[in-house]
Design a binder for this molecule. Structure first.
Ligand code: SF4
Length: 497
């Protein structure tokens, strides 16, 4: 018997393979949850508790764990009695000739005016989610209990509701999402009837927190799956499949003009993807050619100035707490060969202002030093903090004038045989290793929260180590890129006489 649940439908919308593996996969191959995932689950529990306090008192059906039939009977009893709010009621409907059981356990069922089989009242579901926006997959998900309710109480709820992170209740028009829901349910059941798992597609935005990641990733690596290539999105992959271009050699040999005409490609993307495949295949860096540039190379020496003193800057932030808790700066003095790392750490919210001023003091002590960072976040944050703390505009403008984004320089100038142009991937390719294997931005937030909860300074030390390594990684990538670019600049200067 196939059981279709809220969670299965939700996961299915994100990844067909995930839903299949959750039903049939070998659970011993699942990854253990990361600290960050545990933190999200904890946040989710707190959010749920906050929402529930607004709906007290509520009734909860009593049944033994796993006995869904008993849960469904107890829920029907509560609805027939007309109680105001039901917490984690069970809605169950048998569907179709193949013994498919549709089960939903909405967080809340709330009594509404309007006729149903019970009398002059009916119920509408509320689903509690930690997300910020009523995304499509949430809306389809909340239409599911509404669909089951329509069969159990004989009338559709006019609306379902999403209780999101901001504390607001978002009404979801059930009518609008019924067709989409039915489509998703039919496709999901179709997949679950199959004997083989749907093809994997590694997309870091949705796979990173998935408990099947290690197993899917190993399979992707073993088969050199094209989803490992930066720039290959699910939509582009489908088009490449239609043209039988699903292996690295095939894509590496493709003609840019043949790909450029595909929807969502264009010359730039076609060129990039082919170079990416060539770079992977031959495990080498390929300069990006720019016919408009006089030296045929899209990076200019001004993009990567070399100073006698250079600063490498990285911020750690907890956006959910609206807090910038660390400005880390590596000062590289090429004059005397010294390197020193400076960390301006806010141990709590109150210190954020002070560390901002300490950071400004340091960068102003080297008024001509270029400041390298990775991705636009550091520049955006400096502009934002400048406004927040009324720092004079001329100071912020002159500071930002010294900022150089190494990520942009890499992506403009070169194609590398890596799966992502995140700092970790690029720096590892040029030979840099982080001291803590599992350190990353999300882990840093977990460490910071753990420091606030326990007062254990070992967590702060771990954050500082990670931040310093990020600065050093940016330094190493910058130096590698300068060495890589030099021959092109030499040619350019020779041509200029
Ligand atoms: S790791 Fe990615 S491809 Fe594999 S099941 Fe999870 S979301 Fe799907």
């Amino acid at each position: 018997m196939v059981w279709l649940t809220d969670d299965l439908l939700f996961q299915y919308q994100r990844c067909r393979r995930r839903a299949f593996l959750d039903v049939y996969g070998d659970r011993t191959h699942q990854d253990s949850p990361s600290d960050y995932l545990l933190k999200l689950r904890q946040d989710s529990v707190h959010h749920r508790q906050r929402v529930l306090t607004a709906f007290q008192p509520c009734h909860q059906p009593q049944f033994s764990a796993g006995d869904w039939a008993a849960g469904a009977r107890a829920t029907l009893d509560l609805m027939a009695q007309g109680v105001e709010v039901i917490y984690q009621g069970v809605l169950a409907v048998a569907s179709g000739p193949n013994q498919v059981r549709l089960i939903s356990q909405p967080d809340l069922l709330i009594k509404q005016p309007g006729w149903s089989c019970w009398g002059d009242w009916s119920y509408a579901p509320i689903t509690i989610k930690l997300g910020k926006k009523p995304k499509l997959d949430y809306q389809v998900m909340v239409a599911y209990p509404a669909y089951l309710l329509s069969q159990l109480q004989g009338v559709w709820p006019a609306q379902s509701y999403l209780a999101l992170r901001d504390g607001n209740l978002y009404p979801v028009s059930v009518e609008r999402f019924t067709l989409k829901l039915q489509e998703v349910m039919a496709q999901c059941l179709q997949d679950l009837k199959s004997k083989t798992a749907p093809e994997l597609f590694i997309s870091h935005s949705r796979c990173d927190l998935c408990h099947w990641f290690s197993s899917c990733y190993q399979e992707a690596q073993a088969s050199s799956h094209l989803s490992l290539l930066p720039g290959v999105t699910p939509a582009r992959y489908e088009l490449l499949q239609q043209r039988q271009l699903i292996t690295l050699p095939a894509l590496a040999l493709a003609q840019p003009a043949d790909l450029a005409i595909l929807p969502g490609f264009g010359e730039l993307v076609a060129d990039k993807l082919i170079h990416q495949a060539q770079s992977f295949l031959h495990n080498q860096a390929i300069p990006r050619s720019d016919p408009r540039s006089p030296h045929g190379f899209p990076l200019w020496p001004e993009d990567l100035p070399t100073g006698e003193v250079e600063l490498f800057f990285d911020i750690e932030a907890a956006p959910d707490q609206n807090l910038i808790y660390l400005h880390g700066v590596l000062v590289v003095n090429r004059r005397n060969g010294s390197e020193s790392f400076h960390a301006f750490l806010a141990e709590d919210h109150l210190q954020q202002r002070q560390v901002w001023h300490d950071f400004l003091d340091l960068v102003q002590a080297y008024p001509h030093a270029p400041i390298y960072h990775f991705c636009p976040y550091e520049a955006q944050t400096v502009a934002r903090l400048g406004k927040l703390y009324n720092t004079p505009n001329r100071l912020i403008d002159s500071l930002l004038g010294r900022f150089f984004d190494i990520h942009r320089c890499v992506t403009d100038g070169v194609t590398l045989p890596i799966e992502s142009y995140a700092l970790k991937h690029i720096a590892r390719w040029v030979g840099f290793d982080w001291r803590d294997e599992g350190a990353n931005g999300a882990q840093s937030i977990c460490w910071y929260n753990a420091w606030r909860e326990t007062g254990d300074r070992a967590y702060l030390e771990a954050i500082l180590r990670y931040n310093e390594d990020d600065c050093r990684a940016t330094y190493q990538v910058k130096d590698w890129l300068t060495r890589f670019a030099e021959p092109y600049w030499d040619r350019f200067y020779q041509a200029m006489g």
